[in-house]
Design a protein around this ligand. Structure first.
Ligand code: 5RP
Length: 220
């Protein structure tokens, strides 16, 4: 069996084939994306710049000499490349394990296509085993936790975590997510929710999955 780190390297390198030369792309957050950023730095001809989904990603891109553009200066991105905590057979995802879900959604919204890079452990038949992250405005935390309990979830405030936006993260355990689009819409409407880590409306168009048999390409 391949080591998880090798699978991350595999999908990170494979993603380079989907990066057009001379454009601005969107870059996600996490350990798989870190491998992608390192690979991106070797790409010739390279990209013009990236729009970043977190301060951590910005720092890594800049450390490689890759220019980072403010999302407000860009009208569209050819592609957004990011990892996931879970991905289902329709390309719907749970994201936010790295607390960057809100900016990830903003950058993904600018992109024509979302390419998910992940190892095979992230592929699930149904979303919900991974606790669903919700970024909230701190003063709404208790009320949103009540709403989440009413849905049958067990909300746990992530310890010692302040997002890049000054929000806090509630991780919701025990949810059965049979309607990802509906649940995303419902949670989004509660006052104080900044973003929910369900990427159902902004699902992946393609997933590069690292498996013990090599690279698998899933199209949705
Ligand atoms: C960060 C994310 C990441 O994409 C997700 O947590 C996967 O990370 P990793 O590649 O480290 O497993 O959503 O907010």
């Amino acid at each position: 069996m391949n080591h998880p780190e090798e699978l991350k390297q595999l999908v990170a390198r494979a993603a380079l084939a989907y990066v057009p030369a001379g454009v601005v792309i969107g870059v996600g957050t996490g350990s798989t994306v870190n491998c992608f950023i390192d690979a991106l730095a070797t790409l010739q001809p390279g990209i013009v710049a990236a729009v970043s989904s977190s301060e951590a990603t910005t720092a890594r891109l800049q450390a490689h000499g890759i220019a980072v553009r403010d999302a407000n200066t860009v009208e569209r991105l050819a592609v957004y490349i990011d990892g996931a905590d879970e991905i289902d057979p329709q390309g719907c995802m749970i994201k936010g394990g790295g607390a960057a879900l809100t900016r990830e959604k903003i950058v993904a919204d600018l992109a024509d296509s979302f390419i998910c890079i992940a190892d095979v452990s992230k592929r699930v038949a149904k979303l919900g085993r991974f606790p669903l992250p919700v970024e909230v405005i701190p003063m709404a935390q208790a009320q949103i936790a009540r709403h989440l309990r009413a849905l049958g979830g067990h909300p746990v405030v992530r310890a010692a975590t302040v997002t890049d936006n000054g929000g806090c993260i509630i991780d919701v355990h025990g949810l059965t997510i049979s309607d990802p689009v509906g649940l995303e819409a419902e949670i989004n409407q509660w006052p104080g929710v900044v973003a929910v880590g369900l990427f159902a409306r902004q699902r992946a168009h393609l997933c590069l999955l690292g498996t013990e048999d090599g690279l698998q390409t899933l199209r949705f």
